[in-house]
Write a protein that binds this ligand. Structure first.
Ligand code: NAD
Ligand SMILES: O=C(O)C(=O)C[C@@H](O)[C@H](O)[C@H](O)COP(=O)(O)O
Ligand code: ZN
Length: 364
């Protein structure tokens, strides 16, 4: 099957997201002729994918440094970033050298951040190997790490030179992680492309598998949504905020769980919360909220969270990047495909929306 190339406009530095099987062969070309050294940042356990990638880069004449980082979210940590900067410094990486990130969204967020910050920016190429990283994390130039205070609180907008989504890497992704990626695909459906929702509803079981009937179309549609949005607003000054649908509560849940709760699962609960907020604010009806619950549950994503966590979650939401001063701002819907901002909802509205998500009366 031929590769699909989705263009992303990035403030004068345009790039492509390439989707297909076997597209990793394009990696040496993307790293470019200026680089002599390449750092390949990857999770410890991903050697079956990383060895051929590193081999191809060596065969193309680069000096390759494979740099293993902790698996998953543990990689998005200041100490891990500092360790990588030390290794780049010891190896003498210059501005013409390159960083390649191979792995899930946690790894591509970290690798992108290293590329953005080393010498104030070197060429970065991303090779996402999970569903979530292909459809969302590796696209759009948001890079970063977590801090004890919250999710992605340190980072930079720094578009990659290219993104290679090799579908051949997906079959080994653990099912629970694969399903996490569906949350971001469904998000793209609610905020911009309702056909995505129809495709998932047509075959929910197939949506949870790489060999599903609609898998490739779902991936390409979600990337197309992200590409359009970030091309219009790289630095999140207006339109890009819609990609944060479900993330205000979602990130608070991740922090409350000490980042041991899958991102997509937290976003899934966060989208139900945002839908309840929109319903209570008179923007959407019960049927649209019910559609959130049914489509997310149909692929195995969670839609509820503990009532007693509410005070902690409310406090954690204060560091959301969309907040302005003490005013919380939520992405909500005025309808499917019609995202809007709800600024400064009253405490009563928030409490009621969370009660609907937790299935009980949340602690004040
Ligand atoms: N920058 C952005 O715009 C953006 C967008 C969405 C999400 N994110 C971030 O992405 C992260 C979540 O990404 P994720 O869901 O990919 O999780 P992840 O990176 O933690 O990966 C999940 C697991 O899958 C493993 N894995 C990766 N590829 C594999 C493969 N092909 N076969 C087998 N195992 C594989 C990983 O090692 C890890 O254990 C979060 O940190 C989230 O904040 C960033
Ligand atoms: O690309 C964006 O913009 C997004 O908001 C996409 C989100 O899915 C992603 O999780 C992002 O990392 C969240 O960013 P943050 O600015 O809220 O930390
Ligand atoms: Zn996300």
């Amino acid at each position: 099957m031929t590769a699909t190339r989705i263009a992303v406009g990035a403030a004068g530095e345009d790039y492509h997201v390439v989707v297909g099987s076997g597209v990793l062969a394009e990696l040496p070309g993307l790293v470019g002729a200026r680089a002599e050294q390449v750092a390949v940042i990857h999770p410890e356990g991903l050697t079956a994918i990383v060895h051929p990638v590193a081999g191809a880069l060596k065969a193309a004449g680069y000096t390759v440094h494979t740099m293993a980082v902790p698996d998953g979210e543990a990689a998005k940590d200041a100490a891990v970033a500092a360790g990588l900067w030390a290794r780049l410094g010891e190896a003498g990486f210059t501005r013409s050298d390159a960083v390649v990130g191979v792995g899930g969204g946690a790894t591509t967020d970290l690798a992108g951040f290293i590329a953005a910050t080393w010498l104030r920016g070197v060429r970065g190429v991303l090779v996402p190997t999970t569903l979530l990283a292909m459809v969302d994390a590796a696209v759009g130039g948001k890079t970063g790490i977590n801090t004890a205070q919250g999710k992605n609180l340190v980072g930079a907008f720094s578009p990659p030179a290219g993104v290679l989504c090799d579908l051949a890497t997906l079959p080994t992704v653990p099912t629970a992680d694969y399903i996490g990626g569906l949350a971001e695909i469904i998000k793209a459906g609610f905020i911009a492309d309702p056909v995505v929702l129809d495709l998932v509803e047509d075959d929910p079981a197939g949506a949870t598998r790489p060999e599903g009937r609609h898998t490739r179309e779902l991936i390409e549609r979600a990337i197309a949504v992200k590409a359009e949005v970030v091309s219009a607003d790289l630095r999140e000054s207006h339109r890009r905020e819609i990609l944060n649908y479900g993330h205000t509560l979602g990130h608070a849940i991740e922090r409350a769980e000490d980042y041991r709760f899958r991102h997509g699962y937290a976003v899934s609960i966060g989208m139900v919360f945002a839908a309840e907020l929109a319903r209570l604010d008179g923007r959407i009806g019960e049927a649209t909220v019910a559609r959130h619950r049914s489509i997310l549950a149909s692929v195995g994503l969670p839609t509820t969270y503990a009532a007693e966590a509410w005070p902690q979650l409310k406090a954690a939401m204060r560091v959301d990047k969309k907040a302005r001063g003490a005013t919380l701002r939520f992405v909500v819907l005025d309808g499917i495909g019609e995202p809007a901002i709800l600024a400064g909802p009253g405490g009563g509205l928030l409490d009621s929306a969370y009660a609907a998500v937790s299935g009980g009366t949340p602690a004040p």
